[in-house]
Design a protein around this ligand. Structure first.
Ligand SMILES: Nc1ncnc2c1ncn2[C@@H]1O[C@H](COP(=O)(O)OP(=O)(O)OP(=O)(O)O)[C@@H](O)[C@H]1O
Ligand SMILES: [Mg+2]
Length: 253
């Protein structure tokens, strides 16, 4: 069964794209078939996936009806598939609202011919229509969080939105987990915030902690995930562990 998972946090630079890309590669390494959807006009996940086409089809091409979703799925370098993102998603955001085509993404996902075990959606750092589309379509949301003061700001808004959508029976989305990213345990503040999270979010906090690791920051410029770039790095190993924890959570193995 296809598990559709949104990666969201309206705070910028918290590790959403790094998590989306490396989780996709790690799940693919465990022989799951994975589709990564880049729903961010910044297109960072698309670059990180090693997509070299000049102007690949994005969801905007699918929306504007000159491409099918199956024509907007490309093989990424690290064992998964990707539907690219980019600047034309800005137009998609506006047109979904103007044309009242909410839930476009949910409908589009049902037209995919190839069966995927996981669909991971990378979202932009705002709660705009693109992010809402992802929250509609997903059965679970992962929230990457940096262990800093103010890191929780905005997260309650996101959790409320997910709750509202599911209360109105618009989606079956629930918060699958909070992931601590870019953690440096030598930093006392990170340790404190991490412990606070353990106290207050015990039920949804992932045990796997993603360390700050330069290999995770370098890999995208090579168009691959850390697992391909430096398989023995702490970063690559942490995302493999995260994939394992996610699999145990959602596949009940
Ligand atoms: N664990 C990590 N260790 C070191 N660097 C990291 C780590 N995670 C992310 N980075 C770097 O931090 C920056 C922000 O990460 P990323 O792009 O994944 O965040 P984001 O939440 O997707 O940002 P945006 O909100 O702009 O989409 C990037 O330069 C990335 O390479
Ligand atoms: Mg991003």
């Amino acid at each position: 069964m296809n598990k559709v998972i949104a990666i969201a946090n309206q705070k910028g630079g918290v590790g959403k794209t790094t998590t989306a890309v490396n989780l996709a590669a790690s799940l693919a390494a465990t022989k799951r078939s994975v589709l990564l959807i880049d729903l961010d006009p910044q297109g960072n996940a698309t670059t990180a996936a090693g997509i070299t086409e000049e102007s690949p089809n994005t969801l905007y091409d699918v929306f504007a009806k000159d491409a099918t979703i199956n024509e907007a799925i490309y093989q990424a370098s690290s064992g998964y598939h990707i539907t690219p993102g980019g600047a034309d998603l800005l137009a998609l955001e506006v047109e979904i609202r103007n044309q009242n085509k909410q839930q476009f993404l949910s409908q589009t996902l049902s037209n995919i011919d190839q069966g995927f075990d996981y669909t991971i959606i990378d979202t932009p750092p705002t709660l705009n229509q693109l992010t809402i589309e992802a929250l509609f379509a997903a059965s679970g949301t992962l929230i990457p969080l940096q262990c800093e003061y103010y890191s929780l700001e905005g997260v309650s808004g996101l959790i409320d939105t997910i709750q509202t959508l599911s209360n109105k029976n618009l989606s079956s989305n629930r918060v699958l987990g909070i992931i601590r990213t870019m953690v440096d345990m030598r930093n006392n503040l990170a340790k404190e915030v991490s412990e606070e999270l353990e106290k207050h979010f015990a039920s949804v906090l992932f045990n796997t902690i993603i360390p700050r690791n330069v290999k995770l920051a370098e890999a995208p410029s090579h168009g691959v995930a850390a697992l391909q770039y430096m398989p023995n790095s702490y970063g690559a190993k942490a995302y493999l562990a995260l994939a394992g924890e996610l699999i145990r959570k959602v596949e009940h193995v």
